[in-house]
Design a protein around this ligand. Structure first.
Ligand code: GLU
Length: 377
C-alpha cells in the first residue's frame, strides 16, 4: 500500500512547527535547556536542507515563573501578563543563543487575536513573516500574552499555529508536544490505549476521543490540537502531532515515517485567502438562522444567501461584520460577511426580491451574504 503520508509530504517546502510549553519546560519548572537545544539544532538542520521553517512557541509564562521564582501560576490576569513579559524575553534569549550557535538568526513576532480581526493587519503579519523568510531569518511567533485581552485570547498556541499555517500557506503544520500523538483512549490512564497513526476525517468520534486528554503545562490538550487539525484540513494543509522528545522527530515526520499522528487534509478545500480570514481570522458579531431551502442553496448549490430563507436574526451587527449562519436544526453551517446591518435584515427576512424592491427599494436588496464572502463548513 502506498504510504499516504509520503504523498502529502512530497512537495513540502514551508513548514510551521509549534512547540508546546510542556516540551520547553522541565518537570521542576523553568526552561528545559536540553530539549530546547535539541529542538533548535533540529530546526537548523531542516533549514539547511532548504526548507522554510516558522516556529510557533509557547513557554513564556512557564519561563517567567521560573525567572521570578514564583512557584504557582497566579490567577490575577495582570500578574500573568507581567510574568509573560519577563518570560517571553528570557525564552527569546535562549532561542537566540542556541540558534546563534547553529549560525541561524531569529526574529520575534507577537500576535494577539485582535490583530487578526482586521484584514490589513492580518495580511501585515503574513508580509512580515514572508519578509523574515526572505532575509533568511527564522520567525518565532507567540501570542502577545502581555497585552492580549483575556476575553478574546487565542489562549492556546495550537489554534494560533493553525491560523499562521493557513495565513502563510504553509505546506505542513507539525505540533510537538509531550504526547506521542492522538490515542484511541487516554494513554495516561489506560494501558490499552493505542496510537492512531493516520486520521482521514475529523469526525465526531475523533473529537470524542480527543476530549479529556490533556497535558499539565500547556493550555491546549488534545481538544485544541484537533481544532487545529480541522483548521488545517479546511485550508488544505496536512498536520502532524508528535512527541518533541523523540530523536530527530521533525526529520522523521518529513521523511514519511509512521511517527505520531498524521492528519490528511480535505484536498478539495484549499480555501482562498479571504475565506480563510473570514473563517478563522475575523471575529463573529451575530448570527442568522435559515430554513432548509436556503441551506440547500448555499451548501449544495453554491449560491449566495438571500433574505427569503432567513428565519431569525440574533445579535447586533453592522454591514461588513462577520456573522454565523445557523441551520433550522441549530448547526453552524457557514460564516460570512454581511451586506446589511442586523436591523435591516430583520425588516426583509423571509421576503422575496420583488417584495423587498417594492417595499424598500434597491438599498436593501438583495443578497445578505455574497457567495464570495461566504464560507460553508
Ligand atoms: N502563549 C502561552 C505562553 O507562551 C502558551 C499558550 C499555550 O500553552 O498554548 O506561555
Amino acid at each position: 500500500m502506498e504510504n499516504l503520508r509520503k504523498k502529502y509530504l512530497k512537495k513540502v517546502k514551508r513548514i510551521v512547527v509549534k512547540i508546546g510549553s510542556s516540551s520547553l519546560t522541565s518537570p521542576v519548572g523553568g526552561l528545559d535547556m536540553e530539549n530546547l537545544q535539541k529542538f533548535t539544532s533540529e530546526i537548523s538542520k531542516i533549514k539547511d536542507n532548504n526548507l522554510e521553517v516558522i516556529i510557533v512557541t509557547s513557554g513564556a509564562i512557564a519561563a517567567g515563573l521560573k525567572y521570578l521564582n514564583i512557584n504557582e501560576k497566579p490567577k490575577k490576569y495582570s500578574l500573568l501578563q507581567a510574568i509573560a513579559a519577563v518570560g517571553q524575553h528570557d525564552l527569546m534569549r535562549v532561542y537566540s543563543s542556541f540558534f546563534y550557535k547553529n549560525n541561524k538568526k531569529v526574529g520575534q513576532i507577537l500576535v494577539t487575536r485582535e490583530d487578526t480581526t482586521k484584514r490589513e493587519q492580518y495580511l501585515n503579519i503574513k508580509n512580515t513573516i514572508i519578509s523574515l523568510l526572505e532575509l533568511d531569518v527564522i520567525p518565532i511567533i507567540n501570542e502577545n500574552d502581555s497585552v492580549a485581552l483575556d476575553e478574546i485570547k487565542f489562549g492556546d498556541n495550537d489554534t494560533l499555529a493553525a491560523l499562521i499555517a493557513g495565513l502563510i500557506e504553509a505546506d505542513l503544520l507539525i505540533i510537538l508536544s509531550d504526547i506521542d500523538g492522538l490515542f484511541d483512549k487516554n494513554p495516561k490512564t489506560d494501558a490499552n490505549a493505542k496510537l492512531i497513526p493516520l486520521v482521514y476525517n475529523i469526525n465526531e468520534e475523533i473529537e470524542k476521543v480527543a476530549g479529556g486528554i490533556g497535558s499539565s503545562f500547556g493550555s491546549g490538550g488534545m481538544v485544541t490540537k484537533i481544532r487545529s487539525a480541522k483548521i488545517c484540513s479546511f485550508s488544505g494543509i496536512p498536520m502532524a502531532i508528535a512527541n518533541s522528545r523523540e530523536e530527530n522527530v521533525i526529520q522523521r515526520i518529513l521523511s514519511g515515517e509512521e511517527i505520531g499522528t498524521f492528519f490528511i487534509p480535505e484536498e478539495t478545500r484549499r480555501l482562498k485567502s479571504i475565506k480563510r480570514w473570514i473563517a478563522y481570522g475575523m471575529l463573529t458579531k451575530g448570527s442568522i438562522k435559515i430554513d432548509e431551502g436556503a441551506e440547500e442553496a448555499i451548501v449544495n448549490n453554491g449560491k449566495s444567501l438571500l433574505p427569503v430563507g432567513v428565519t431569525e436574526v440574533d445579535g447586533y451587527f453592522i454591514k461588513g461584520d462577520n456573522i454565523v449562519v445557523i441551520s433550522a436544526d441549530n448547526r453552524i453551517i457557514a460564516k460570512g460577511i454581511s451586506n446589511l446591518a442586523s436591523d435591516k435584515i430583520k425588516m426583509i427576512q423571509g421576503k422575496h426580491e420583488k417584495e423587498i424592491l417594492e417595499e424598500f427599494g434597491p438599498e436593501l436588496c438583495c443578497e445578505i451574504i455574497h457567495r464570495d464572502n461566504l464560507v460553508v463548513f
